[in-house]
Every structure is written in structure tokens, then in C-alpha cells.
Design a binder for this molecule. Structure first.
Ligand code: NAP
Length: 248
């Protein structure tokens, strides 16, 4: 078991992309980091190494966030190792894009299971720990698609709108217990997820962004770090866009 006086953050889907950037940013801020992933062990171990370079402790834990029992196992491992969870970042997410006529029932169910039920699974099981600690901080990664919808993303937009509903509910239920909960809604961000988008569609999307560039994972990570810190101690239940001005 590691030095459990240090604050600990658990970041889901931290093997790659935005989750990795969040893990490294929180490590820089001094948190021990639990790096969750679903299958890519090598990438998760790389994130662990990057976090350790910031002189904190870090472990990788495989768990499918859509599976309640696997999440329970992940949380047990985190507590056995670090003794506490101060910050939970629900970042794990997938896309299975198709227009409404082409989308299959399982494409809807799979995306809801990871992006929405996954957020429920972690919050449901980490809340008792935060209540016992008498403090905690939850940041959920939504998407601007959850605020404005998007072609081909009926499943994804529904899941991300649902994450906002969870965020506001948890913020209301737990504010009096010194637990804050906020959501971040990124726009187009440079990761494996957006690498799947057709190039001409992506170029068109960037042209519509007032700041004229795609977001970097670190743009999202910086806001998550702020929301996780005491500098945002009077902010809860909010959804903050990191989208280069796209949605204004
Ligand atoms: P990404 O590069 O595709 O990475 C996804 C991460 O989630 C990986 O670490 C992956 O783990 C993990 N993951 C996937 N399914 C999982 C599951 N069932 N259980 C646990 N972990 C799982 O995605 P990203 O672009 O960084 O996106 C991160 C978050 O930001 C997502 O919630 C996404 O919806 C949101 N977002 C992204 C954008 C964007 O433009 N990129 C915009 C708005 C919102 P493995 O490596 O093990 O597969």
C-alpha cells in the first residue's frame, strides 16, 4: 500500500486521449492516479509511467465501466492501494455513429452502457467512500453533442445529455456533504476518437470553430484540473464547454 496521505484521483478511460491528458495533469497537481482502461494495457502502463514522472504514485486497473461488478473490483483495488479516492473523473467513452435509419439497436445500447451507465456505476459506488471522507470531487466528461445534438450520434448525444442530468442531480444531492460534481463538454478534440471522423467532415467542422483550431486533450485536462481543485470551491452542477467557441 502506498502513502495514503496524498490525494488520489481515479480517471476512467485514461489509457489514451483526453483521459491520459487528465491523468497527467492531475499527477502534476500532486494526486496519486488510478488509470482505468478497458483493453489497452500497454497504453495504460504508458500513462502510469507519465504520471510517475511527476513524482506521484500510479497504478493501471482494467475494468469495463459498463459492468457494475468490474467497477466494484476497480474501486476495491484503488482503495487497497491508496486508501482513499478524492477525485473521480468519468472520462471513458465510445462512439458508434450512424444516422437514425442505419443505426442498430445494439449500437444504441452499447454507447449508453459505457457513456451513461458507466458514469452511474462509478458514482454509485464511490459516493459512500467520499461521504466517509467528508469530501470529494466528481468531474464528468460530457460533450457539446449532448447539448446541441449531432448528425449520426443519436446514441452518443443521448448518453452525453444523460451525463449532464446525472451531474446536476449528484451536485444537488451531495452539495451539503462537501462533494462537488461538474461536467465538461468538449468540442472536437484531437484523439483516436476523432481520427475516425472522415477528413472532409473534420475539415468542415474546424472551419466552423471561432478559434479556428481543433482542441488538444490538454485543453480539456486544464479545466478538469481547475474543477478538481479548491480554486473552484464555489462551483458545482455546472457544464462548461471547451470547444473553441463552437457552441456560442
Ligand atoms: P479515445 O481516444 O477513444 O479514448 C477512449 C478511452 O476510453 C480509452 O482510454 C479507452 O480504453 C477507454 N474506454 C473505452 N471504453 C471503455 C470501457 N467500457 N471501460 C473503460 N474504459 C473504456 O477517446 P477520447 O477522444 O479521449 O474521449 C474521452 C472522453 O471525451 C469520452 O467520454 C468522449 O466521449 C469525450 N469527448 C471527446 C471528444 C473528442 O473530440 N475527442 C469530444 C467531446 C467529448 P482502452 O484504451 O483500453 O480502449
Amino acid at each position: 500500500m502506498s502513502d495514503n496521505k496524498r490525494r488520489t484521483a481515479l480517471v476512467t478511460g485514461a489509457s489514451r486521449g483526453i483521459g491520459r491528458a487528465i491523468a497527467v495533469r492531475l499527477a502534476k497537481a500532486g494526486y496519486n492516479i488510478v488509470v482505468n482502461y478497458s483493453g489497452n494495457e500497454e497504453a495504460a502502463n504508458e500513462t502510469v509511467s507519465l504520471c510517475k514522472k511527476e513524482n506521484v504514485d500510479s497504478i493501471a486497473v482494467r475494468a469495463n465501466v459498463s459492468d457494475f461488478a468490474e467497477v466494484e473490483g476497480m474501486i476495491k483495488t484503488a482503495i487497497d492501494e491508496f486508501g482513499r479516492i478524492d477525485c473521480l473523473v468519468n472520462n471513458a467513452g465510445i462512439t458508434k455513429d450512424k444516422l437514425i435509419l442505419g443505426i442498430k439497436e445494439e449500437d444504441f445500447d452499447d454507447v449508453i452502457a459505457v457513456n451513461l451507465k458507466g458514469v452511474f456505476n462509478t458514482i454509485k459506488q464511490i459516493t459512500p467512500i467520499m461521504l466517509k471522507q467528508k469530501s470529494g470531487n466528481i468531474v464528468n466528461i460530457s460533450s457539446i453533442a449532448g447539448l446541441c445534438g449531432n448528425f449520426g450520434q443519436v446514441n452518443y448525444a443521448a448518453s452525453k445529455a444523460g451525463v449532464i442530468g446525472i451531474t446536476k442531480t449528484i451536485a444537488k444531492e451531495l452539495a451539503s456533504k462537501n462533494i462537488r460534481c461538474n461536467a465538461v463538454a468538449p468540442g472536437y478534440t484531437k484523439t483516436d476518437m476523432t481520427a475516425k471522423v472522415r477528413e472532409d467532415i473534420f475539415e468542415k467542422a474546424i472551419a466552423a470553430i471561432p478559434l479556428k483550431r481543433v482542441g488538444e486533450p490538454e485543453d480539456v485536462a486544464n479545466l478538469v484540473n481547475f474543477l478538481a481543485s479548491d480554486e473552484s470551491s464555489y462551483i458545482t452542477g455546472q457544464v462548461i464547454n471547451v470547444d473553441g467557441g463552437l457552441l456560442m
